[in-house]
Design a protein around this ligand. Structure first.
Ligand code: GRF
Length: 203
């Protein structure tokens, strides 16, 4: 069933913010990026948000007693803004149950590998170490694990001879920028249905 559009999306980002830029470009009738939150004051993503006229919030982890408190504070902030979907885009902290509980099935992440291969940090370098011939990116729902939640969409890229972590990352990133706005749009249009740990995309 289509949700009420445009869907109110918040983006959580710790760094460069190129996926945020792609999500901003993809915003429109289906969804709007209403809020950007970063755990790092100097994150470029905050400047990207401000430049796009989107509310940008630095949420200081040091202002909280620990990860549980921090996640609870994020949940309050996001709920207070009426956020309907949370999109992690290069957000480098663990999402804990205090946040998951409030946004069950409504937190997405993008990861630079074809999950379940190479979860966690340095996915592109891991792919090279393992000598895979194809890698790519994955958009998935977030659960309590690291990059373990139900897979929504993937795009593959070839691993070329002579690739290093930078060249492979750049090729994957191009596909991330296509995939993420597309998946958020489909979600907003009610075309993503989760059945257990499988996700059906009804286009
Ligand atoms: C991307 O490669 C994303 O897949 C990973 O972190 C990186 C974030 O890049 N989770 P950016 O901040 O969106 O440019």
């Amino acid at each position: 069933m289509p949700l009420k559009v445009p869907l109110k999306v918040a983006v959580l980002a710790s760094g460069r913010g190129s996926n945020l830029e792609a999500l901003l470009e993809g915003a429109g009738e289906a969804y709007g990026v209403e809020l950007v939150v970063s755990d790092r004051r100097e994150a470029r993503a905050l400047a990207v948000a401000a430049g796009a006229g989107v509310r940008a919030v630095f949420a200081d982890p040091k202002a909280h007693r620990g990860l549980a408190d921090y996640n609870a504070a994020l949940a309050r902030l996001l709920e207070g803004e009426g956020i309907e979907l949370v999109a992690l885009a290069g957000y480098m902290r663990l999402v804990r149950e205090e946040l998951l509980r409030s946004f069950a099935g409504r937190i997405m992440n993008i990861h630079p590998s074809l999950l379940p291969a190479f979860p966690g940090a340095d996915a592109q370098a891991q792919a090279l170490v393992h000598g895979v011939k194809v890698s790519g990116c994955t958009v998935h729902f977030v659960d309590e694990g690291v990059d373990t939640g139900p897979i929504i969409g993937q795009r593959a890229v070839p691993v070329l001879e002579g690739d290093n972590a930078e060249t492979l990352s750049a090729r994957i990133l191009e596909e991330e920028h296509v995939l993420y706005p597309r998946m958020v749009t489909l979600y907003a249009l009610g075309k993503i249905v989760t059945i257990g740990r499988r996700v059906e995309v009804r286009t």
